[in-house]
Structure formats: C-alpha cells, structure tokens
Design a protein. Structure first.
Lengths: 298, 227
C-alpha cells in the first residue's frame, strides 16, 4: 500500500514537473484519437447507408401456374436459401388486388385479361446485396419457379460499392489506429527520452524496474485517456450539428445517419477505453525498452 | 561487505583497456583509498562494484556474490546495500534535496514517517537542512556532492563507494565529509574511496590501492599518497 501511494505520488510528480511535455502528449493523443473517431464514424455511417439500401433490395419469384405445387413447401424451401432475410407470400388474388390498388382508376383494364393471370409469387428480402445473385441462381434452378425478377444492375452496383466500402472502411480504420499508435508512441517516447538520465539514476540507487516503470506507464495511460476524453467531447460537439446540416442539405440521408445520442456517447466511451489502452501499451513498451537499454551493463 | 577482484580486466569497445588483470581482496569493515592519475581506471574499478559495468575477464565478487551471475531482478536489492557517491553526483534534477534522499527509501517501500525521520537525519548530518527544498541545479557543486553523500547514507549501506567525494569541496567541508566516511566505517561498513587529494590520504593512513594505466601497481596497508 505504501509503495502504491509513492507510485501514485510519483505519477502526479511526473505530470506536474514535466507539464509541457505532458500537455503535448495529451493534445497529440486527443487530436489523433479525434481523427480516428471521426474516420470510424464516417465509415459506420456509410455502412449504415449501404445496409439500408441493401435491406430494400427485393427479389420477386413467380411460380408456375400449376395447381399441384405445394406453396407452403416452396416457401419453407426459399426461407432456407442462403442470404434470405424474410419472405412474403402473395396468392394470385392478393397480387391482383395489389395491382388493382396500384393502378387506381385504370384498374378496369385488368378485367380485359379475363382469368387472373398472376401466379403465386414471393417477395424475398436479402441480408446483403452480394447475396442477391446467388439467390436468383438458386431460385432459377427450382423446377416450380417460372420467373425471377430483380434489379440486376442496381444489385451489382450496390454489391460492388458495399464490398469496396467495407474494405475501405477497414483499411481506413487500421491505418488510423496505426498512425494514432505511432504518433502517441513517439510523443511518449520524446517525453521519456528527456528523462532517460533520471531513469538511470533511479535504477542505480536501488529502485526496481517495476517501481521506476509504473509511474511512467500510469502517466502515459492517463494522458492518453484524457486525450481520448477530449477527442470524445470534440466528436460529440461536432457530430450532431454535422448530421443536422447533412440531413437538411441531403434529405435522402435522413434515415440512414446514426443520430442516436446514446450510440454516439457509447462510441466516445469506447474511444476513451481505446485511448487508455493505447497509452498503456505504448508507454509500457517504451519504458520497458528504455529500462532495458539503460540497465544493461556495459 | 567483502570485495574480491580476481584477475579483472575491462576493455571498452573497440580496444580501450581500462583495467588489466587486477586482483585484490577487501575485508568487511576496511577503509580503502583508490588512487592514481586521471584515466588510470579508478572510476572503472568502482563502477564494476556497482555493476554498472561487467568485467571483460575475471571475477568481481561482493559479499560472496559473483556480480556477473547476479540475476537482473536482484540488482536493485544489491544496490540498496551499496551507498554510491558518484563523481557527477547522479542526483535527479526534477526532485528537491529532500525528495532525492527520500526516493531511495521510498523505493524500498519504507513508511512515510521513517522516510521523513531518516531523511531529516542525513540531511542534517551533511549540513543542508536549510537547502532541503532546493533542486540540484540551485546548489553549488559542493552542496550537490553533500546531497549525494546524504543519499548514500540514507539506507545505512554495508558497502560505501565514493568516487572523488571531496573533489568539489573546500578544505573544511572535505574534512567534514571525511569525518562522515570514517564514522560510517567505524559503524562497520566497508568504505572504498577514490581520490586525488594527497593530504587526505596521507593524513588517514589507511589501505591504499594505486592504479597506473589500468594496472594495480600498489596495495599498501596504512599507505600514503606516494610510496
């Protein structure tokens, strides 16, 4: 307990004695984590927009006009196909009613057709755009299915965009994490480098490696955490006015943007946790390296 | 603490031989002066004892422990029993006099009250109580030397290594420092001190180890600065 108190006191001492370097570390960590947070939120919103578009993709399958076909069995079979989110079944009479409703005053033209020409059909929603084409192939292979209708070009474009955006988001996230880690690592490195003589003296007069390292690691963790909280505050302050602006100028985005305050606050808390972990890992690695180098006898 | 050097050679890269085949044995409670010209290997000899450096050849044994074989984790515990006064003081610049001295005891997790009492005692002993809140940069060279001595005293070490501890001091302060070192020695600690100060060596008449270009050229009981 006594050692713990000394360690906490030494951490505070490090921060206050070298406050300029500490402030530099805090600001750098804050700016980098803010960029990381904004990049991640941008990717999440883009993913959200694409998945909304994907969820609106519909494949329509029409059965053959054959009274012996077991519709329930086919429905169950379709539900088991890969990528299917949900299936709506329409009987010939339901479909006709729907069509009449759609045609409004011109629906009398349908009477000229005589018997209802529309067969049993299915409206199939998919999980992802990439699932559409394999699903269409599967449906076309079913002997009971007469025709499959879907927006082929749109599907292909959304599917390609979705795949590119997922990869781009991942690359952006990984790059942001690496850059943030490198910048935070180097800032803490500079801060520690200026104190390398102190570390050497501490070891020479009998302090253990853990006793020397802990305040430096705690300082790095604390500064990165404060930087992350600062970044989180900055994100909250900028994100909501930004989404309002976007929704006003691009109304089609209204339902696709993440606007739930709780989600954003949780995201910022996650960022703070990530910042603290990053600070801890970076300072631990640097301090260990420094102590190893300093304590190695010539 | 007993100190044994057996055939110790230290060569710094690329080929600077600082010590050549040095052997001696210092018994627990001895007072030993290490003398020699600048560059003769005195500081290297002392740094081998603190395990800041390791010998290229030979064995350094302190208190029956071969320093080369000492585990990394044991080094701090060993150093707590070695009081070191370095030529360049080795004080932590961001800490005050009091904090520098308290640090060595805090690193051993001593309770605050013990740390304060002991720090006060050793600071008074070197006459720096009024300077206790000052940082090393605000002190003269002699004062920094005394802080370094006070810090070395704090743990009541059984081996006291002093690299020219009177080098920056005037005659009276140097005499005070020597009195402190003799007191420590009287209490049972082994004291090994390197110096250029002829009058101190001549007046003390203690064991003298003389180095010349890395070689031990004299090991004399109750010796003077010159033969």
């Amino acid at each position: 307990m006594t050692a713990f108190k000394y360690v906490l006191r030494d951490t505070w001492r490090l921060i206050t004695h070298h406050w300029v370097l500490g402030l530099l570390t805090l600001i750098t960590a804050g700016v980098m984590l803010w960029i990381l947070g904004v990049t991640t939120l941008f990717s999440l919103n883009l993913e959200n927009l694409l998945s909304k578009l994907e969820s609106e993709l519909v494949v329509q399958a029409y059965l053959k006009r054959d009274n012996t076909i077991d519709v329930e069995k086919i429905t169950a079979e379709i539900k088991t196909l890969p990528g299917v989110a949900n299936v709506k079944v329409f009987s010939p009479s339901d479909s006709l009613a729907k069509l009449q409703e759609k045609m409004g005053s011109q629906s009398r033209a349908l009477d000229m057709l005589g018997d209802n020409p529309i067969p049993w059909n299915f409206e199939i929603h998919v999980n992802n755009a990439v699932d559409v084409e394999p699903l269409v192939e599967n449906l076309q292979e079913m002997p009971e299915v007469d025709d499959v209708v879907y927006a082929g070009m749109v599907v292909r474009r959304i599917s390609a965009l979705s795949s590119v955006s997922s990869r781009a988001a991942l690359v952006m996230f990984v790059l942001s994490v690496i850059i943030t880690a490198l910048v935070v690592y180097n800032t803490i490195h500079i801060s520690l480098y200026s104190r390398r003589d102190e570390i050497g003296i501490m070891y020479l007069v009998g302090a253990t490696r853990a006793y020397i390292a802990t305040p430096f690691v705690l300082e790095g963790t604390l500064l990165a955490l404060l930087g992350a909280l600062l970044a989180g505050g900055g994100i909250i302050a900028a994100y909501f006015p930004g989404t309002v602006l976007l929704q006003n100028s691009l109304s089609f985005l209204s339902s696709s943007l993440i606007t739930d305050r709780n989600i954003i606050i949780r995201f910022c808390l996650l960022l703070a946790g990530f910042g603290a972990t990053l600070g801890w890992v970076c300072s631990y690695l640097i301090v260990t390296r420094f102590i190893n180098a300093i304590t190695k006898p010539l | 603490m007993k100190v044994i050097f057996s055939g110790v050679t230290k060569v710094f890269e690329p080929d600077i031989a600082a010590l050549l085949d040095v052997s001696f044995k210092i018994e627990q409670g001895e007072f030993v002066f290490v003398i020699g010209a600048t560059g003769s290997g005195k500081s290297t000899l002392l740094r081998l004892m603190t395990r800041e450096i390791l010998p290229t050849k030979g064995v350094v044994e302190i208190g029956d422990v071969n320093l080369r074989k000492m585990r990394k984790a044991d080094i701090p515990y060993y150093r707590r029993d070695v009081g070191l006064v370095a030529q360049d003081f080795k004080l932590i610049p961001s800490l005050t006099v009091f904090e520098n001295i308290a640090f060595v005891m805090e690193a051993m997790s001593m309770p605050r009250s013990v740390v304060e009492d002991r720090a006060k005692e050793v600071i008074n002993r070197v006459g720096l109580w009024r300077r206790r809140h000052m940082k090393p940069a605000q002190l003269s060279g002699g004062e920094q030397q005394r802080v370094s001595i006070a810090r070395a005293l704090a743990n009541s070490p059984s081996l006291f290594i002093a690299d020219e501890p009177t080098g920056n001091l005037d005659f009276h302060t140097a005499a005070d420092v020597m009195k402190i070192l003799f007191d420590i020695n009287s209490a049972g600690a082994t004291v090994i001190m390197s110096t250029h100060n002829q009058s101190i060596v001549n007046a003390a008449r203690q064991r003298v180890l003389e180095l010349d270009e890395g070689k031990l050229v004299r090991d004399e009981q109750r010796g003077g600065y010159t033969v």
